[in-house]
Design a binder for this molecule. Structure first.
Ligand SMILES: Cc1cc2nc3c(=O)[nH]c(=O)nc-3n(C[C@H](O)[C@H](O)[C@H](O)COP(=O)(O)OP(=O)(O)OC[C@H]3O[C@@H](n4cnc5c(N)ncnc54)[C@H](O)[C@@H]3O)c2cc1C
Length: 375
């Protein structure tokens, strides 16, 4: 008699959940629950706002195009609650039905809410397209744009909007340099780059966030400052002030830290739970919660396989980088610059970045092969 394949439930099919599901589907029965029927990456907001059609090619991919997701049981919906002792979750599907799902191993990759570009609302492809286009239209018609926040998102958005032209772009940051979690050499470089690309950078400005939480829409009211400057008015204000809210409302409080992120050990296993793992922005893996971009999915895949084959001695450990790294500005006409944890910058000319990195590497190696069109 054939042995039953273990069931792995992956909660959230974003940047990390998709990578985990595509790998585990070879040896396990994977059930993937996600609020969207597509991978909609949180990466490269700047190029999403200025070059949507190119951004979509890599960062908005319907699940039906992933060959390696063909065998998974995809549930379009939202996990409402979890019973970790019973190894089960309750899901509300996009059509309003309720489904009870049990698992042998559970991977939590539900990410965070962070401005208008990341949320946990259930939506279909049409709603997603409408929302993307509406934001871009608003920004296209603005003559002045204020971006509040000097993290990777604020910098990426301000620089890309300024390079596109057509609007005065102001970036407001509370310290003297943007990118607080990046290497000092990266911080100095980006200050020069923003200036030469046409962004007016206002340092020492700490905004009063309307309503106390970062707005999840573009706003138009004048921005006021707790640092004493005069209010600033722009046609459109984009809030990129971090303040990420983890999508963990469906989990019991005893697996969450004080900020609501999932507590994990060095194996990315949830503290106190044998068969539950967490990865990506939702996992309190290190101070920067950097397991998404530091290859945490590989640790999860190896450890879930080891767990399910009774070889926990083979567990791998997650190794975070001391500083944030990545492509800050996205693909530009002259290519792609990737900043490293050690402060160095690697420049990849556009044809190579487009064909080899975003084409061959991301689509074939990382995603495991994409169909040209949806099934
Ligand atoms: C290979 C790689 C390279 C990267 N490089 C960069 C880079 O160069 N620059 C950079 O800025 N960042 C980079 N990142 C990181 C990226 O910006 C974010 O860290 C990443 O988008 C977070 O992924 P996530 O899977 O944790 O969350 P998300 O991609 O946000 O996915 C979470 C998903 O779960 C869904 N969900 C939420 N709640 C529920 C629920 N209750 N039930 C079901 N579904 C739910 C959400 O709607 C969403 O679809 C990289 C990431 C990867 C994987």
């Amino acid at each position: 008699m054939a042995r039953r394949r273990p069931t792995v439930l992956v909660a959230g099919l974003g940047d990390t959940g998709v990578l985990v599901a595509t790998r585990l589907a070879r040896s396990c029965d994977v059930i993937g629950v996600s609020t969207r029927p597509a991978l909609m990456s949180g990466q490269e907001l700047g190029t999403r706002l200025t070059d949507l059609s190119r951004w979509r090619r890599t960062y908005l991919v319907p699940f039906s195009r992933f060959r390696r997701l063909d065998t998974i049981d995809f549930v379009h919906g939202r996990i409402l609650s979890t019973d970790l002792d019973d190894r089960s979750v309750e899901v509300e599907t996009a059509t309003g039905e309720h489904r009870h799902i049990t698992y042998d191993a559970f991977v939590i990759a539900t990410g965070v809410s962070n401005g208008f570009w990341r949320h946990d609302r259930v939506e279909d492809l049409a709603a997603l397209d409408t929302a993307l286009a509406a934001v871009n239209r608003t920004l296209e018609s603005a003559a002045s744009i204020a971006v509040v926040g000097g993290g990777a998102t604020g910098v990426s958005v301000a620089d890309n909007l300024a390079r596109r032209g057509g609007a005065d772009v102001h970036l407001f940051i509370s310290s003297e340099q943007p990118l607080p979690d990046f290497h000092p050499d990266v911080r100095s470089w980006i200050m020069h780059r923003l200036g030469s690309d046409g962004v007016t950078v206002h340092t020492g400005h700490r905004a009063v966030v309307p309503g106390g939480a970062a707005p999840d829409t573009l706003t138009t009211d004048p921005i006021t400052w707790s640092t004493g400057q005069e209010p600033f008015t722009a046609d459109v204000v984009l809030w990129a002030v971090g303040a990420a809210r983890p999508h963990t409302g469906f989990l019991p409080a005893d697996v969450l830290d004080a900020d609501g992120f999932v507590m994990v050990d060095e194996h990315l296993r949830v503290v106190g739970r044998t068969e539950v793992f967490a990865v990506g922005d939702v996992a309190a893996s290190d101070p920067l919660r950097s397991s998404a971009r530091n290859w945490g999915y590989r640790v999860i895949v190896a450890n879930v396989r080891a767990l399910l084959s009774g070889r926990e001695s083979r567990f791998r450990s997650f190794k975070p980088a001391p500083y944030r790294w990545g492509s800050l500005l996205g693909l530009q006409s002259d290519g792609l610059t990737v900043v490293q944890p050690n402060g160095r910058r690697v420049h990849i000319p556009r044809p190579i970045a487009q064909r080899l990195l975003l084409g061959a590497f991301v689509q074939r190696v990382l995603y495991g092969g994409l169909r040209r069109t949806s099934n």
